[in-house]
Design a binder for this molecule. Structure first.
Ligand code: NAD
Length: 462
């Protein structure tokens, strides 16, 4: 899948892909230190003196379509964070082959401490000129389908966002589309490892070791999930349906752990009227009363939230915050025998921790592949199609994309190289960059370049 543009007189040559050359050139003049050859195209900081609302919109790259990305509503939101999330969306939409670019919104406040509806309306009003032509919103941390209803009405266009309530023709993220996609990504990875043996694929010694160490019944494969919100809870639900053993889930309040495997359907039922895992202890009285009525009593072993980094597991799924797998926590994951990380959260792994883990033969399925279920579902909603079609398309696309990245990773190894060399992030990122780069050429009007590239079949096939 070589993509050689060096023969053409274009300001962005193939050798620039992934380099920081343009970043250094523009750093001082733009005042926006993160700018590079891919974007961002627009950075908008908004403030509404009437409500006090402060927000950020970053439209990173729209060469593949209007920028798509959720609105994060949290005190910790910064322009730099919104930019990084917008960039992740650029690669995510390209990897998934969707006609969307990358963008992200952010509202800077704890949604529980402000008038959430007023602030959402205010944010919508401020960014209205860009919706939906350059920005199509969705939910993210701190926002739900109800916020999307408010946003769409304020913009005055139902196409301004996805993840809307079903009454507005939406496919809410609350149906678990992202968590479903994370489970598909893990299932595909485990199938790939089985295929190495079954099909006798040529693999390095560490990859064969990894395959052997996971060659056990699915309900002996231990999974822990950090985060029990939208992504984490549905990931747990769908992994449980795949018969994998979820031994621990954590949230901001604690870590629920059972080395023999949690009863996920029961946990989800018990959590239905609670807002955090530590509230499960509050149910004890009621549970005891139930016991008097000869019903089964469930008691949970609730530890400190960071104990999640201290228990033995085969698979670790971050589904909460950015940067949680870092130089401090990555060595613990290794010590606890983690072999696969599937990134449910956006940017959960710092670059140095990523390198350390890959060097130590941990297989990482990156965020822009693993958690693309939400945006694939959004695309189906945008087209006015059904929930069933959303789940089908998520399964189809994530299976193919993860499989392609894994196969490409092992086939791009140097002969005789005995390192694991399954750097899925690197390989999948290169594919995404090729797609965005070609779209940028087409937008530029470099039709002849694109035509020749197509004639040479230099296309990424889905
Ligand atoms: P959410 O707000 O529903 O849930 C977040 C969870 O993380 C909560 O359970 C919270 O208690 C927990 N958490 C917060 N701080 C924690 C800590 N220090 N330790 C452990 N847990 C902690 O958010 P979400 O929608 O599930 O999103 C989670 C992540 O997935 C984010 O990074 C988001 O950007 C990403 N993501 C979400 C979607 C989606 O469709 N919701 C799609 C793609 C990516």
């Amino acid at each position: 899948m070589k993509f050689d543009m060096n023969n053409y007189d274009l300001s962005l040559s193939h050798s620039d892909i992934g380099s920081n050359r343009h970043l250094n050139d523009t750093k001082n003049s733009s005042g926006w230190s993160e700018i590079d050859e891919w974007g961002p195209e627009k950075v908008l900081q908004v403030y509404d003196p009437d409500t006090g609302m402060k927000g950020v919109l970053v439209i990173d790259n729209t060469s593949t379509g209007p920028g798509k990305g959720g609105i994060r509503f949290a005190e910790s939101v910064t322009p730099a964070e919104v930019f990084k999330l917008a960039r992740t969306m650029t690669w995510k939409c390209a990897s998934a082959g969707l006609p969307f670019g990358g963008a992200k919104g952010g509202i800077i406040a704890n949604p529980n401490k402000v008038n959430q509806v007023e602030w959402m309306k205010s944010f919508a009003k401020m960014i209205r000129p860009y919706c939906p032509s350059q920005y199509i919103a969705a939910t993210d941390v701190g926002t739900t389908e109800l916020d999307m209803a408010v946003f769409a009405h304020e913009i005055g266009d139902m196409r301004a966002c996805t993840g809307k309530p079903q009454e507005l023709g939406g496919i809410p993220h609350e149906l678990g589309t992202t968590g479903y996609g994370v489970s598909v990504a893990l299932r595909t990875t485990l199938d790939f490892l089985k295929d190495i043996k079954r099909k006798g694929l040529e693999a390095s010694r560490p990859l064969l070791d990894l395959t052997n160490s996971l060659d056990k019944k699915s309900n002996d494969i231990k999974v822990v999930i950090q985060g029990f919100g939208n992504v984490g809870s549905f990931t747990a639900k769908f992994l449980n349906e795949l018969d994998l053993k979820v031994v621990g889930v954590s949230d901001v309040s604690g870590f629920v752990y059972d080395e023999n495997g949690l009863d996920i359907p029961q946990l989800m039922r018990d959590m239905s009227d609670k807002s955090k895992l530590s509230d499960l202890t509050l149910g004890n009285n009621q549970q005891q009363q139930q016991q008097h009525h000869n019903q089964r009593r469930y008691s949970y072993n609730i530890l400190e939230k960071d104990e999640i980094f201290k228990v033995d597991s085969d698979i670790f799924i971050p589904a909460a915050l950015t940067g949680v797998i870092n130089d401090n926590t990555a060595p613990n994951l290794l010590k606890n025998n983690v072999k696969i990380i599937v990134e449910g959260a956006n940017i959960p792994t710092t670059p140095s921790a990523d390198q350390y883990l890959v060097d130590n033969n941990v297989l990482i399925i990156p965020d822009f592949l693993a958690n693309s279920g939400g945006v694939i579902g959004s695309f189906v909603e945008y087209q006015g199609r059904t929930e069933k079609e959303a789940f089908d398309l998520i399964e189809y696309k994530i299976t193919n994309n993860v499989k392609r990245a894994l196969y490409n990773s092992i086939s791009s190894r140097d002969q005789g190289d005995d390192t694991l060399e399954v750097n899925v992030r690197k390989v999948a990122m290169e594919t995404a960059k090729q797609i965005v780069y070609r779209a940028m050429l087409l937008r530029k009007g470099a039709i002849s370049v694109a035509r020749e590239a197509y004639a040479r079949k230099e296309r990424v096939i889905y």
